[in-house]
Design a protein around this ligand. Structure first.
Ligand code: AMP
Length: 418
């Protein structure tokens, strides 16, 4: 028996209404904010992610699905959405468009992770990217899209955490201090942190191991080492969020797992749910476009997992609106009537009435039984008599009442009935 690969899942028909709901709200809010959709390939050259996400990160070191294609080129299944959008921005000369360029995407992301609730090897992300301007008002705009998206789904109790991790000018001095502090504590660090100390010291602040917590708490904080520009950028962002009435918590330890972030980083945490991690997050990446070979263009983005969003909807008892399903079952008595019934089902569908056609050589009784188990409220029946008179029988399944009607009358009735 084959099974879906570990860490992946089928989205079965009965779950689709959640997906439609969440992805529909994502598209709606982006439209309201003037963001346009972009779809990038599911795989890219491996080097794109090594250069952007960063060599020392968990994603590049441990989580990428990388393969050589038939011509030996190294490809990677997209482990995040920002780098591909930046690649597209550069490739299509979007710096010639009015800046900033506002884009959003919805698509699958692949990471080789240890699967658990809310963590999969293939998941879907909705993300937005605003590329081409450094105005902190855009940080506030992106955060308010994220906040508004969750609110439009009815999610409550979410918490926005905010930090600034500085820029190329002020971060190096801070990293130096951080490294010195951690070197003094290197004997008591967990093995992961010992290697982070060498490769990616900022990530030391991200360690969740209890044994490292005390060390994290005593570490120097980036907020005390920001340069004047970073301080005023962060100050303006906080002011805009207050004006937008988006409540935030400052978290000096929030650093996020990708190397390209500068200044603003943020995460949206779900209502307390057994240690589950962020529902969504993002930040500014002012150097990434230049790093990938484009003309320098500051940018900010946000991404959220659709699976994790749905998990939170379920947890909060929020049900999506149901998707309209078929309402009419078309039944027939005999092969001659079947030919007529096929035509009739086509007419129903052309009139926008979702219909299911009986099939096989079942008798009328078992056709009605099937309509019943499919939960269809109406059945149209055609037999010899109906063909002769150009009529159909409309059966109301709830009360078992049958009426003989002309097809156009039946259509008119079905159109007005739920
Ligand atoms: P990141 O790109 O790591 O900032 O992730 C953005 C969002 O995507 C997270 O907040 C989660 O909602 C979601 N996410 C990330 N990794 C996974 C995963 N392995 N499985 C499911 N959702 C994920």
């Amino acid at each position: 028996m084959y099974k879906a690969p570990r860490g992946t899942a089928d989205i079965l028909p009965q779950e689709q209404s959640f997906w439609r709901f969440v992805e529909g709200k994502a598209g709606e809010i982006c439209q309201v904010y003037g963001y346009e959709r972009i779809d990038t390939p599911v795989f890219e050259q491996t080097d794109l992610f090594c250069r952007s996400v960063g060599e020392g990160t968990d994603i590049v070191e441990k989580q990428m699905y990388t393969f050589a294609d038939q011509s030996g080129d190294k490809m990677t299944l997209r482990p995040e959405g920002t780098a591909p959008v930046c690649r597209a921005y550069i490739e299509h000369g979007m710096h010639n468009l009015p800046q900033p360029v506002r884009l959003y995407y919805i698509g699958p992301i692949f990471r080789y992770e240890r699967p658990q609730a809310g963590r999969y090897r293939q998941h879907r992300q909705f993300g937005v990217e605003t590329i081409g301007e450094a105005d902190p008002a855009l940080d506030a705009e992106v955060i308010s899209i994220a906040w508004g998206f969750y609110a439009s789904l009815g999610l409550e109790g979410l918490r926005l955490q905010l930090n600034s991790i500085g820029c190329q000018d002020c971060r190096p001095a801070y990293l130096q201090k951080l490294t010195e502090y951690y070197t003094d504590h290197s004997q008591t660090l967990c093995p992961d942190c010992r290697s982070r100390l060498q490769r990616n010291p900022l990530r030391l602040l991200d360690c969740k191991k209890p044994s490292c917590q005390g060390i994290v708490e005593g570490a120097p904080q980036i907020s005390e080492h920001l340069c004047q520009e970073c301080i005023s950028h962060f100050g303006a962002l906080k002011d805009y969020l207050e004006r937008l009435q988006i409540p935030y918590e400052l978290n000096p330890y929030l650093v996020r797992g990708l190397d390209y972030y500068t200044r603003t980083v943020f995460e949206i945490q779900p209502e307390k749910m057994g240690g589950q991690s962020a529902l969504g997050g993002g930040g500014r990446y002012d150097n990434l476009i230049a790093q990938l070979g484009g003309r320098p263009a500051p940018a900010i983005g946000f991404a959220t997992g659709i699976e994790r969003t749905i998990l939170n909807l379920r947890h909060q008892g929020i049900l999506p609106p149901s998707v309209p399903s078929a309402r009419v079952y078309v039944a027939y008595l005999g092969q001659e009537a079947k030919r007529e019934a096929i035509k009739m089902a086509a007419r129903l569908r052309q009139s926008g009435i979702p219909s299911i056609m009986a099939s096989g050589s079942k008798g009328l009784k078992s056709q009605l039984k099937q309509a019943n188990s499919l939960g269809l409220p109406h059945v149209l029946i055609i037999g010899d008599e109906e063909m002769k008179n150009d009529t159909v029988i409309l059966r109301d399944m709830a009360i078992g009442e049958q009426t003989s009607l002309r097809l156009d009358e039946a259509l008119a009735r079905l159109q007005e009935r739920p």
